[in-house]
Design a protein around this ligand. Structure first.
Ligand SMILES: [Fe+2]
Ligand SMILES: [Fe+2]
Length: 272
């Protein structure tokens, strides 16, 4: 490991293409950051130039979401497709958390900001590996099916706007994960697919924190700017997020993650 700063470590992860290699490096860097923090000798944050797009493996083939074939979740093939889609989301999430660290190194933030996103990146790396293990148990693997091409769009659109990034990535996209994961767990419970149920339960429990970190640092920045977080959130989501938010919302978990209903209901489908 040659990286001397946290933002250099982030760029190393972002420029590693293979999923298992990317997540192994991500976990090693997270441990290095955590140990240095615990020892009272933190690694400097520094500044680095992250790539506009993270390196990705040759497979899966990335398709426009409209061209990704839909499979019935009740079938074994449908369950493989669902796990594959989650694996793809998790790999993207690894890059998103390292990207927020690398891209906004010039914005002065407390150390806790970096602790939170390093921890999130570490957890997403674990989630990706869990999904890969489940796929391999079912005789498939990450890369065996086509995947969604549009995943990095939110990152690109908000590359110059930290508040926009926090609004759209953890507070909209990851909060959406809280809405849909219980239904997924049910699908695998019905199929008696225990390892997928266990993995998705870990993901569900840990994702609440990622949304909460988003809300925490969003409110922190609004406080620093002396602005109204609800108004700013609505403006940013309307600017950077393409489409309305889709109910039903997991209001309980969203509340636990620090996102009250007045943040999302005014942006929901039927009220636009
Ligand atoms: Fe995750
Ligand atoms: Fe997450």
């Amino acid at each position: 490991m040659t990286a001397q700063t946290l933002t250099q470590m982030a760029v190393e992860v972002l420029t590693t293409a293979d999923g298992r290699a990317k997540t192994a490096l991500s976990r090693a860097h997270a441990a290095r950051w955590r140990d240095a923090r615990a020892a009272g000798t933190p690694i400097p944050v520094g500044e680095a130039a992250p790539p506009l797009h993270p390196a990705r493996p040759a497979a899966p083939e990335l398709l426009d979401p409209r061209d990704v074939p839909r499979r019935r979740p009740g079938s074994p093939q449908g369950r493989i497709a669902l796990l594959h889609a989650v694996a793809h989301i998790e790999l993207n999430a690894v890059d998103l958390h390292w990207d927020i660290i690398a891209r906004f190194g010039h914005v002065p933030m407390p150390m806790g900001f970096y602790d939170d996103w390093v921890k999130s990146a570490d957890e997403e790396s674990k989630h990706f590996n869990l999904m890969c293990d489940c796929l391999e148990e079912l005789g498939s693997h990450y890369g065996a099916l086509p995947a969604h091409a549009g995943m990095w769009r939110a990152a690109e659109d908000t590359r110059d706007d930290l508040l926009g990034r926090l609004a759209v990535v953890p507070m909209v996209l990851e909060a959406r994960g809280l809405d849909v994961t219980p239904g997924m767990i049910e699908i695998f419970q019905k199929a008696n697919a225990q390892s997928a149920v266990d993995a998705l339960k870990i993901i569900y429990a840990e994702e609440v924190h990622h949304v909460a970190y988003g809300s925490k640092w969003f409110h922190f920045l609004c406080g620093r700017d002396n602005t109204d977080p609800v108004v700013v959130f609505h403006d940013l989501v309307r600017t950077y997020f393409h489409g309305a938010l889709k109910p039903p919302f997991n209001e309980e978990k969203r509340a636990e993650a620090g996102i009250p209903p007045d943040f999302y209901w005014p942006l929901a489908d039927q009220l636009r």
